[in-house]
Structures are given as structure tokens and as C-alpha cells.
Design a protein around this ligand. Structure first.
Ligand code: ADE
Length: 277
């Protein structure tokens, strides 16, 4: 028996470049999922891990056919919501904006700066106006668990940091990279917005594991970011990412009360809808 105010979490995993599977998944089944927002990036992989229900979505589709600007973020988040997901682990390849965040390092970011342009970023477009809080975009509970599990696996990990989300698909100019560094940002990528905003609107907890693949282009002693360099490091990162997901799912999947701490999303709409009923 589960008490009424207890949640049995369903863990969603959005796999970034280089991550297309969950190790140890049982009762696996790829299923096509519909969404009124259009087509998600791919079928969803359903299964259980140590009894915890989980759902995997390859962000760019299997084989990486969809670039960041063309992802249907709303369909992806909506499909995960309809699949029952309560907590999303977002795995993302990023460039580093800080000397001490070397390629291979993982960062449990807690903030975003959204520089994306023209991506549909809300479910509340017509008829119903909602303004959800985004001051703490990441679930502190999830980030803490992910950091603990990473440390147990001897993955070099930093807790906290700001992720600059650029539109891409080109990497940044050096002046842009230096500007983001002057803002104190930690990492740079192209995919976590509007993903994190939409997860909040859908009342799903969200945490990013940012996996550093390169030093962006500001670093004078390192080769400038190239796809080849990114892919090389991504391969070694993906081994760590798979181990981390394998352990984090059972840790995050224990029945728990509704979350109310920093970055919790489960009641995000309670005080957000401005349209009269
Ligand atoms: N993804 C991986 N490395 C990146 C970089 N340097 N800039 C933007 N996105 C990235």
C-alpha cells in the first residue's frame, strides 16, 4: 500500500549525443508515442530497473538525425509526461568555460542562461496564460542524488554551475566565449532550453548532467572545439554516463513524499495560472 500523498517516481532519461540505451533495463519495449504537439524525436523506451519504472528518449533520435534547433521540445516533454514520468535526468554534452572543468568532467548545473532564439518554449499559448517560476530551474534533490552517485563511481563531478544555452548549430566565436566566461558561466551547450522550461510547465522535476567534451574556443592551449574532438571525449563520457544512470535510477526511484524543496516542480502550476477559471 502506498499512502495517498506518496509518489512512486517514474524516471525519465533524455539521452544526449552518444547515449542511446539504459544498461540493465528489464521488460524493455520501444513504443511510438503520440503528442498533440507533434512528433517526439523518436520512440520511447519503456522498462524497469530494480523495480523502478523508467522511460528513455534519445534527444536527437537514434542515429542523431535531428539538430538542436529542430528538436520538437514540446512533443518530447509532453510524451514523457503522458508516459507518467515524474523526474527527468537530462544528459547533455557541453563545452567548458572554466579551466578546472576539463573534458571528461561532469557538472550538475543548477542555473541556465537561455540564449536560444525562436524555439517554441511554452505549452500555454492560447486560452490559458501561465507564468511558472524558474528561479530554481533544477531539482536540488535530484542533483544531490546524482552527485552522490557520481562520487561513488569516482566520476570527477562538480555540484552547481551555470549552463549557457546557445542556438547553434555553429559553435561560438571567441568573443562570445569570453563574454560567457565574464558572466561566470561554467558550461555551454545547445539543448537544455527550452527543455527545462517545458519540464517545469509540465510539473516534472528536472536535473541536468552536463558532460564536458571540450574547452569551447577560449582556451589557448587546447585545440579549438571541433566535432571530432567532441565525439572523441563523448565516447569516454558515455561509459560514465551509463554507469551513473544505472545507479541513479534506483536511488531516485524510491517512493517519496511530494517534493517541495528548491527546484521542485510538482506543484509548479498551483500559483502560476493567471487566466480566470
Ligand atoms: N556541445 C559540446 N561542446 C559544445 C560547445 N563548445 N559549444 C556548444 N555546444 C557544445
Amino acid at each position: 500500500m502506498v499512502a495517498e500523498d506518496t509518489i512512486e517516481p517514474v524516471i525519465g532519461v533524455i539521452g544526449g549525443s552518444g547515449l542511446y540505451e539504459i544498461d540493465g533495463l528489464e521488460n524493455r519495449e520501444w513504443r511510438r508515442c503520440e503528442s498533440p504537439w507533434g512528433k517526439p524525436s523518436d520512440e520511447l523506451l519503456f522498462g524497469t530497473l530494480e523495480g523502478v519504472r523508467c522511460v528513455f528518449l534519445p534527444r536527437h533520435g537514434r542515429g542523431h538525425p535531428i539538430p538542436p534547433s529542430h528538436l520538437n521540445y514540446r512533443a518530447n516533454i509532453d510524451a514523457l509526461k503522458r508516459a507518467g514520468v515524474t523526474d527527468i535526468i537530462s544528459l547533455s554534452a557541453v563545452g567548458s568555460l572554466k579551466e578546472d572543468l576539463a573534458p571528461g568532467h561532469f557538472v550538475l548545473v543548477d542555473q541556465f542562461i537561455d540564449l536560444t532564439q525562436g524555439r517554441p518554449r511554452t505549452f500555454f499559448e492560447e486560452g490559458c496564460v501561465a507564468h511558472v517560476a524558474m528561479g530554481e530551474p533544477v531539482s536540488a534533490r535530484m542533483a544531490k542524488t546524482l552527485a552522490e552517485e557520481a562520487e561513488k563511481l569516482d566520476i570527477s563531478v562538480t555540484k552547481g554551475g551555470t549552463y549557457v544555452v546557445i542556438e547553434g548549430p555553429q559553435f561560438s566565436t571567441r568573443a562570445e566565449s569570453e563574454l560567457y566566461r565574464s558572466w561566470g558561466a561554467s558550461v555551454i551547450g545547445m539543448t537544455n532550453m527550452p527543455e527545462a522550461r517545458l519540464a517545469r510547465e509540465a510539473e516534472m522535476n528536472y536535473a541536468t548532467v552536463a558532460m564536458v567534451t571540450d574547452y569551447d574556443c577560449w582556451h589557448e592551449e587546447h585545440e579549438h572545439v571541433t566535432v571530432e574532438a567532441v565525439i572523441r571525449t563523448m565516447k569516454s563520457n558515455s561509459t560514465h554516463a551509463r554507469e551513473l544512470v544505472r545507479r541513479a535510477i534506483p536511488a531516485l526511484g524510491k517512493p517519496r513524499p511530494i517534493c517541495t524543496g528548491p527546484g521542485a516542480a510538482e506543484r509548479a502550476l498551483d500559483n502560476a495560472i493567471i487566466t480566470p477559471p
